[in-house]
Design a protein around this ligand. Structure first.
Ligand SMILES: [Zn+2]
Length: 188
């Protein structure tokens, strides 16, 4: 996996102020390559993401991981599964890495899906991000956002989990992932 670092850079970021990275947020842009990067790299937009993945699978790094990119917006989530909803734009951006996938909402090409998977796995390993904190924008901004569209976040988490732990089905004790609100551990 090759990450292109200097072709596009966005100044739309601020400091994480020491907040540790422990979340990954996946988006799709709703746009196309040149307009996407122009938008995220223009000062007026005040939006950005750490990574942008083109349809051809090329990965661009727009904002350094150590900085807080502006991608989540007004978001909320029951992070600990205890019914306590956390709602704070700054809080989500401060702790997360944002990946934008080039798409107008159509099916994603294989090269692009593979790049997103490889990059996500890499970031999860690098920052020790819990799989249940790999989230789609639509999951932390329900009602406001629908991205990533055509993208099954549950399946994505399961695939990442399997790859991360080299899952041998005979050894599965617990997968900390819920589907339709039900813990999978009872069924595997
Ligand atoms: Zn989004």
């Amino acid at each position: 996996m090759r990450i292109i670092k200097d072709k596009f850079t966005s100044k739309n970021f601020s400091s994480r102020k020491g907040t540790k990275i422990d979340m990954l947020v996946i988006h799709h842009t709703g746009g196309e390559y040149s307009s996407d990067v122009n938008w995220m790299c223009s000062k007026e937009s005040k939006v950005s993401a750490h990574y942008y993945i083109r349809k051809n699978g090329k990965i661009y790094n727009l904002v350094p991981d150590k900085e807080k990119a502006w991608h989540a917006g007004d978001s909320f989530f029951d992070l600990n599964g205890d019914g306590k909803i956390i709602r704070d734009e700054k809080w989500f951006n401060a702790r997360s890495i944002g990946i934008e996938i080039e798409s107008l909402g159509e099916e994603y090409p294989d090269d692009q899906l593979q790049a997103n998977f490889d990059l996500s796995l890499d970031l999860i390993k690098k920052y020790n991000i819990p799989i249940e904190q790999v989230l789609g924008h639509k999951e932390i901004s329900p009602g406001r956002k629908v991205d990533p569209g055509n993208f099954n976040m549950d399946a994505f988490r399961i695939l990442l989990h399997g790859k991360l732990h080299e899952v041998d089905v005979r050894n599965i004790k617990r997968i900390p992932i819920k589907i339709d609100g039900k813990e999978l551990q009872k069924t595997v």
